[in-house]
Every structure is written in structure tokens, then in C-alpha cells.
Design a binder for this molecule. Sequence first.
Ligand code: BEZ
Length: 203
Amino acid sequence: MAVYLGQKAPDFTANTTKGPVSLSDYKGKWVLLFSHPADFTPVCTTEFMGFSERYEDFKKLGVELLGLSVDSIYSHIAWLRDIKEHYGIEVPFPLIADLDKEVARAYNMIDEKTGTTVRGVFIIDPDQKVRWMIYYPAEVGRNISEILRVVKAFQFNWKNKLATPVNWEPGQPGIAGAPSTLDDSFKRDKDGSERWYLKRVNA
Ligand code: BEZ
């Protein structure tokens, strides 16, 4: 199934390591939904520890994390127990057991070659619209700092109605929308804009 930016995030109810969860329960909150190929695999294990270690950073931004793979709930429980026992890291967010692949298919997370999930990441806004999606291959682990930076950019945009420029970091100016009429473009010549089509604004 196709999923595209700006669409209403497909709702679901799923079994997780913290009991049943529905996406609609999270209305009004930012959600980070992410999938991994398989429990007990090396890169995924480092990612789960990475997401857990930065959990408080997501919490401070009001972001709810939801992991997902097509493994069973028993596999998830065994894997999270193993991570706790061997690394002392408790995974504090729910992990969806999407055995029937219903959620994975709705978000186009299935690698058709292997039948498992890809490394998908989705940012869902408080109106439950899909704002960002990115897919990583099995051999490249995600960068949690970059995911946090993108969340902050969306929250900056949500609050200030400004876009963010290349390599934007919190505290830096945003970018106002480009003028849509010739007259508005001439107004930009007089308001100190860098170019008539590029105006940086401090929030
Ligand atoms: C991993 O290390 O996460 C991984 C290994 C093989 C296939 C998929 C994932």
C-alpha cells in the first residue's frame, strides 16, 4: 500500500510488549513509529539500545516512540529481556508484534524480498498526519541524533510556520514561504531579504 507525506496516518490497533495500543490513542501527540527487520539481529539490537538511551530526549519533546517488527510477542519479550540482562538497558517504549503484517503493509514497511520489515521511520504529527518517512537498508543503522533533529525541525515549523534550511539546528533562523505574486516579490526587495525568494527569519 502506498503511504505519502501529508496523508492521514493509517490507524491500527496492535499487540505490543506493553499491551494493546491504537495509534488513535496518541491523537494530540507527536509519534515516532519505526520498524526493524528482526529481533536478535546485531544492528537492530544497537538501534534499540540507542533509542532507549535517548528516550528521555524524545520524552522532553513530547514524542511517543512505537517500535515494530513482524516477530511474535514472545520473540520481542525474549529479545528485550536479553538486552536488559546483557546490557542493563530497559526498552521503555512499546514494541509492536505485527505477525500478520497488517501495520507494516499499511505503512509500506515490508521488504518483499525477505518478507520482513525494512528500517522505516515515520513522524506522525498531533493531527495524525504522516510528516516524514525514511527507509534505511538492513546494513545501515539509524542516527538517533538526526531523527531528534528532524523532530525538532517539525516542531519548529508547527509552532512558527517557518521552513528550515540546510543543516538547521535549534536556535537558528527559519525560512519564510516564497512570495507567490510578482508584487510580493518586489516587496521582498525592500524588507532586507537575502533574495526575493529567500528570506531568513528568527523565530
Ligand atoms: C541487523 O543486523 O540488524 C540485520 C542483520 C541481517 C538482516 C537484517 C538485519
